[in-house]
Design a binder for this molecule. Structure first.
Ligand code: NAP
Length: 470
């Protein structure tokens, strides 16, 4: 490869970086709708390829052995992972990639510090401060993301794990990190590498200690927050390295991660500090309904098939259990059978149904459910009072009317899919167990609700076959 043909900060490299980050922005814009999201990904990837090639062509790039080794290993891991990782493992894959990004930025910061020490000159504060920010935030993000990955992959217990005095230890570590950074900034003419390594280690401890006490089910929100952190660290590194593409890419990641974190918290009706510090969201809570049996009705696949086959309109509400059972194809078959009979079928998608943003959209897209049939909560709720049958498949919290009607409920105020307004409701799940929030669902006991107990995939397939036989 021809190297050194572009001058860092020169017109040609700046123009290429502008093209690359314009493609990032355009790619993110295309990512806002499922029908254009694939194209958006491709556009952003082209932008990234331009940024990488531009950087490699810059004057002063050396050590080609390491660069080629990095490219080969990174490409091999990325290709194998994209082929082998299951859709349901996507949150942990995102955690891992995010962590690697944060770790890479912390290492770049370390390399810059060593470079500064080797030159023996004073490191200007407008370079040193962004380097320190990248170090701290990148290291926290790397270690926090690894813990998130380990929890989601069941490598460590998913329950909140906290040591006594956790918050005090975290606060002391944070104060220590800030004090060490201030000391380095004051002595910027004689940077101490051991002190810098101390900052890296303390930030690593902080990353572990902040994420360990958070329950496994809250990990998607944590990953989104750490993703915002990695973006911030990257933008900071971009300032230190005077690399405009890194600044823009980091800012995009930081802002989109922040928006996603806030939207997820709002849709769960919780604050971000509550998610981070309340030790909520571990294994599903055991208690539901105070141990008291409440009367409910249950039906079999044949009765459900009759109700559905003779309906005019059906709304399917998928949830986490659909993902667990991998029932998306069976559900699509059921919808096809109903549509053959002239029944109108739509899907109601709650923003936090499942365990990651877009979880239901991804699963249903995999089963070739047309995008226009996936209706957002605000859009479908007004239609539910006119809907003949709402079928809740493996969903629970996102349909609990207590969120609307009971101000004392732990999920009070959380927006829900208002299935209780439908003329009839069929809930498919394996038992009366609670969902993620660990609370009983009033929907199950309403006069217009029938429970159909079973695995979502098997139940959907059974109903589809019964409808086909009618
Ligand atoms: P949910 O409230 O967790 O309920 C899922 C239900 O699926 C369970 O009650 C379970 O009941 C059933 N289920 C599990 N495996 C099943 C199977 N094989 N077949 C049939 N049913 C099965 O799920 P949700 O209604 O989708 O709500 C999502 C929850 O996760 C919300 O509380 C949300 O705040 C939280 N959350 C979401 C995100 C996100 O980004 N989407 C992130 C973090 C937290 P049985 O055991 O009786 O079958």
């Amino acid at each position: 490869m021809v190297t050194g043909v572009l001058e860092p900060g020169g017109d040609a490299s700046t123009a290429l970086y502008i093209v690359s980050f314009s493609l990032f922005i355009f790619g993110v814009r295309r990512g806002t709708h499922p029908s254009t999201a694939k194209q958006g990904n491709l556009i952003a990837a082209v932008g990234m390829a331009i940024a990488v090639v531009t950087t490699l062509l810059l004057d002063g790039i050396g050590n080609w052995g390491l660069i080629v080794a990095g490219l080969v290993i990174g490409t091999a891991v990325g290709v194998v992972a994209s082929i082998r990782v299951q859709m349901t493992q996507m949150p942990q894959m995102v955690a891992l990639y995010n962590g690697v990004g944060g770790g890479a930025i912390a290492l770049i910061a370390w390399a810059e510090i060593r470079h500064g020490i080797a030159l023996g000159d004073e490191l200007p504060l407008d370079t040193l401060i962004p380097i320190l920010l990248s170090t701290v935030v990148g290291s926290i993000s790397f270690w926090g993301s690894n813990i998130a990955f380990a929890k989601l992959q069941d490598l460590i217990p998913t329950q909140p794990l906290a040591v006594p005095g956790q918050q005090v230890i975290n606060a002391l570590l944070l104060v220590g990190v800030v004090a060490a950074c201030v000391s380095l900034a004051i002595n910027n003419d004689d940077i101490s590498e051991p002190l810098f390594i101390g900052i890296l280690i303390a930030s690593a401890l902080l990353g572990n200690l902040v994420v360990l006490p958070i329950g496994g089910a809250d990990m998607p929100v944590v990953i989104s927050l750490l993703n915002a952190f990695t973006g911030l660290a990257a933008a900071s590194a971009g300032i230190a390295l005077d690399n405009v593409a890194l600044i823009v890419a980091g800012t995009l990641v930081g802002s989109s991660g922040t928006i996603l974190t806030l939207e997820m918290a709002t849709a769960m009706n919780r604050s971000v500090p509550n998610i981070l510090f309340a030790g909520f969201g571990g294994a599903p809570a055991a208690a539901a309904g105070g141990g008291e049996e409440r009367p409910h009705t249950s039906i079999g696949a044949q009765d459900a098939a009759i109700k559905l086959a003779y309906a005019d309109s059906v709304v399917i509400v998928p949830g986490y259990g659909l993902a667990v059972a991998q029932a998306q194809h069976a559900v699509k078959e059921l919808a096809d059978e109903l549509e053959k009979r002239g029944v109108s079928v739509n899907y109601a998608i709650h923003p936090v149904a499942g365990r990651m943003p877009g979880h239901m959209n991804v699963l249903l897209a995999e089963a070739d459910v047309p995008y226009e049939k996936l209706r957002e909560m605000e859009d479908i709720n007004p239609e539910l009072p006119r809907t003949d049958v709402a079928v809740v498949i493996g969903a629970n919290d996102v349909t609990n009317p207590a969120a609307k009607n009971d101000p004392d409920s732990p999920i009070a105020g959380m927006p829900i899919i208002e299935v209780h307004e439908a003329r009839q409701v069929i809930v498919i799940k394996r038992s009366m167990s609670p969902g993620f929030a660990g609370i009983d669902n009033d929907l199950f006991y309403l006069d217009n609700t029938d429970m159909l107990f079973g695995d979502a995939k098997q139940a959907a397939a059974d109903i589809a076959s019964e409808v086909g036989d009618l």
